[in-house]
Design a protein around this ligand. Sequence first.
Ligand code: ARG
Length: 463
Amino acid sequence: MASIQDKDTWSGRFNEPVAELVKRYTASVDFDRKLALFDIRGSLAHAQMLASCGIIAAQDLDDIRRGLAVIENEVVDGTFEWSLDLEDVHLNIEKRLTMLVGDAGKRLHTGRSRNDQVATDVRLYLRSAIDDMLVLIGNMQGALLDLAQQHTHTIMPGFTHLQVAQPISFAHHLMAYFEMLKRDAERLHDCRSRVNRLPLGAAALAGTSYPIKREMVAELLGFEGVCENSLDAVSDRDFAIEFTSAAALIMMHLSRFSEELILWMSPRVGFIDIADRFCTGSSIMPQKKNPDVPELVRGKTGRVFGHLMGLLTLMKGQPLAYNKDNQEDKEPLFDTVETLTQTLRIYADMVGGIKVKPEAMRAAALQGYATATDLADYLVKKGLPFRDAHEAVALAVRYAEQRGCDLADIELAELQRFSADIADDVYQVLSLEGSLASRNHIGGTAPNQVEAAIARARVHLLK
Ligand code: ARG
């Protein structure tokens, strides 16, 4: 019995020690030790509040600070001895603190439960991860802008159904991803404000009988406010789900971009080359250079989607308030943060290393009658109803197909067989440059519009 008392913080009412298997099954220290520094920060704020409210003595606060400073160093330099017997990060740190400073260590947990403690730690962790991620998204957007800036006049085919549709600039295509990432960053910002609420003070579930000051702890930890209901404070994991959902959207965007990079790099398409440092060779085929990084990004998107589903399912059947189920929130959350952080980090660099092949893009844009819509619009401007113009151009395309040439290669007299309204000025309209220049409105692919979009984007990034 005595030995159980020594080991376990809560074993006073137990008649037998917890089975080894159960200990290993229920312990979380192997993964929640990642929260150690946040746990220490939370404890420092809690202790400061306890002292300021006269719940612990000033001397206790001094001792706690001294002990936690030692622990922080041990955690940072890797000498802290984690023990599975002590279950989780919270009890490991508390036990060590008591070893270092005696009774003050045992007073730290006054008016607090691991339930509000862990919720606080996870929120502090996630807030910091979101801040890192916002910087990384900004870097990736900056890399997109730098590349786009050089290619407002680089013409490629725009696709629908993966069929050549209309000519666009490569810059315009890249700027579509800038917009996606802009929304992604907005979502993270928005999510951050709900992450940034303090659970501490909720204690186990009902609040505490000590005269605490939750607002003070919130302020010390930089939270925007307190969680207003103690039951909700300890049991809410919406904030983690919301973050993971925003993360899943980011990965989805990066996965789409990856798919395009892979296609563009395929020798069949040949629009771009990805710097060698992001590719690998084949162990058997000497000629190969494979786009491993974008492929892995596409693959890793699956695990983040999975984490989102895992977290939703983790919560769906839980009655109020805290249940041990919640311990399972950490690994999916940590893995989501890590996957996303690494992916964003690698991506900014990879975008910077893209080598564009404008001739291949141009050659592709010249196939597939990409300016057919321009011809129809030209006829409409001459007075033809759009449907009739569409029909006339369809016949012209069929004719060009039979001749195996482009619309722009057909002589004027021949073109006029499809509509008497066609005049000499049609060739400007049928050119790739003319097609781009004509889409001259906000959101269009005209080079001056895309340049303006890039300029606006730069201003936005500086905000
Ligand atoms: N390791 C636990 C978790 O991650 C901490 C909270 C434990 N609370 C409890 N009542 N057992 O959720």
